[in-house]
Ligand binder design. Structure first.
Ligand SMILES: [Zn+2]
Length: 271
């Protein structure tokens, strides 16, 4: 395997922002409310259509085989979408309730996953059209994984990554400050390391979508404390004897907290 094209100049760095892990007062009720409503409504809908999906495959011959394959695909897609949808509802509820705790999101995702699973099974089971439990063991396992573990994983993902101001109880505003060509990345790093943030605006910009470095600012709109990061995106051509493909890779190469005067200097705003 040979790689050609630009290479990363700087090592990956961790986020300067470290989540407090706090659970907002409203977070649990709001995650439970949003996730619960999604689980009840979505579970009821899927439970209602599940018997029709089961009946799809009750045809003899080749048509029956094709319809069985269709049934499996449709069921897996429905389980996957519903599980992710319930998890997303928990996630949105957590965002609304200002949750910064991944474990709270995981547990609430799991609780709503159990709710949606129970609703789907009981609504589907009570349906008079449901003649036989054709859910093969493998399908039952897939259903459990998608509906119970799916919401937990979706709700958990990304929680606590967005910077939050604990003093003013709000998620920070995000702003892209500059998009630099790959050739200017080294110069930008020098400015970032010497904390000469005002000079960054003088560096050249780029429209290149393949190889660039993006500088992003997050700041609290009350106290103006914030974080600054630089993320490099490169399109790297990878070749071996059999194939060549371009893989887009991203790496955070700078991350630092900023005080209010540094934020002001960057956004050029005085109060
Ligand atoms: Zn603040």
């Amino acid at each position: 395997m040979t790689t050609t094209g630009p290479r990363f100049r700087f090592p990956e760095v961790d986020n300067a922002y470290v989540p407090s892990g706090s659970i907002g007062l409203l977070a649990v009720p709001s995650m439970l409310a949003m996730g619960g409503v999604a689980a009840l409504l979505g579970g009821y809908l899927l439970g209602a259509i599940l018997p029709s999906l089961d009946n799809l495959s009750r045809k003899p011959g080749l048509l029956g085989i094709l319809l069985t394959i269709l049934e499996i695909i449709l069921k897996l897609a429905a389980f996957g979408f519903l599980g992710a949808g319930v998890g997303l509802a928990v996630h949105v509820g957590g965002r609304f309730g200002r949750n910064r705790n991944q474990w709270a999101a995981l547990v609430l995702g799991l609780v709503c996953g159990v709710i949606v699973f129970i609703v789907v099974v009981s609504v589907g089971w009570d349906n008079p059209e449901y003649e036989k439990p054709t859910v093969a063991p493998l399908m039952a396992i897939a259903m459990f994984v998608a509906l119970v573990l799916g919401p937990a994983a979706t709700a958990y993902t990304g929680v606590g990554e967005d910077p939050f101001c604990e003093d003013h109880r709000r998620f920070l505003e995000r702003r892209e400050i500059h998009k630099l060509p790959y050739s200017a990345e080294g110069a930008a790093m020098d400015l970032l390391l010497s904390r000469d943030f005002a000079a960054i605006a003088k560096l050249p910009g780029t429209q290149d979508m393949m190889n660039y470095a993006a500088i992003e600012l997050w700041f609290c709109d009350v106290c103006e404390a914030g974080y600054l990061s630089m993320t490099t995106t490169l399109s790297i051509l990878k070749e071996d004897d059999y194939e060549a493909h371009v893989s887009e890779e991203e790496r955070q190469v700078f991350s630092s907290s900023l005080n209010a005067s540094e934020v002001k200097m960057i956004i050029g705003r005085e109060r």
